[in-house]
Design a protein around this ligand. Structure first.
Ligand SMILES: Cc1cc2nc3c(=O)[nH]c(=O)nc-3n(C[C@H](O)[C@H](O)[C@H](O)COP(=O)(O)O)c2cc1C
Length: 210
């Protein structure tokens, strides 16, 4: 049964926490709850350095990161509206406005996408994609460790051909995440987490689980 995490420290004071406290308490802050100031350019550089320090079988570097600056965020918002209209021509203005704002909700937006080598012996595409997911997660960690909030989202734009094309992400690659970063408006709410024992088992011998 899911439980609320016990003794979760205040994420806003995370800089004073031990590394283990930070890992045990990290949680996303909804993009709409992320306000200015965002990370300064040198802080963002540091964050990105940390983000790409991930397990990467075969040193393939199967990921790319794009910092989407304000003007490009606005352009992306217009594209989201245009693409959304194609699937929902009768969409009301407030729904379209939501799409326009979607990529502009937080001060900083980083797009993480894959660059997968399909025929690399011993490193199947799924491993390269996993490494890419690690980059997104590590970016959340780095942002949190520096006192910012962050959220990794995908939603329909990650799977939209025009959005990928506008970002020069090849058709066969994945737009793995939009990572929004900024200052949390307030302490983020905790979500229910699974009881660890419900997903962990101890394997004493293979015969015992057969
Ligand atoms: C690949 C991926 C895509 C996600 N896309 C969305 C999304 O589009 N919208 C959303 O609200 N949350 C999305 N989430 C969930 C949030 O990133 C996050 O996991 C959740 O809000 C809280 O989890 P946390 O506090 O452990 O980070 C996604 C998560 C993953 C791993």
């Amino acid at each position: 049964m899911p439980t609320d995490a016990p003794d979760v420290p205040d994420q806003l004071n995370i800089i004073d926490a031990t590394p283990l406290d930070m890992l045990a308490s990290r949680r996303s802050v909804l993009a709409a709850q992320l306000i200015e100031p965002g990370p300064q350019p040198e802080e963002l550089d540091r964050m990105l350095d940390v983000a790409v320090r991930v397990p990467d079988h075969g040193r393939m570097t199967p990921w790319r990161l794009q910092v989407i600056c304000k003007e490009a965020q606005a352009e992306l918002g217009e594209l989201f509206v245009d693409e959304f209209r194609k699937t929902e021509p009768d969409a009301k203005n407030d729904r379209l406005e939501l799409e326009r704002v979607r990529p502009q909700r937080a001060p900083v937006l980083v797009v993480v996408s894959s660059r997968i080598t399909p025929d690399r012996d011993g490193v199947p595409p799924v491993e390269q994609l996993l490494s890419c997911g690690n980059v997104c997660f590590n970016l959340l960690h780095a942002a949190t460790a520096m006192g910012y909030g962050a959220q990794w989202v995908t939603n329909w734009p990650s799977y939209n051909a025009a959005v990928k094309a506008a970002l020069s992400i090849p058709d066969e690659e994945h737009l793995v995440g939009f990572v929004h970063i900024g200052t949390p408006k307030g302490p983020p709410s905790e979500r229910q987490r699974p009881e660890t024992a419900s997903v962990v088992s101890r394997v004493e011998s293979l015969a015992a689980i057969a």
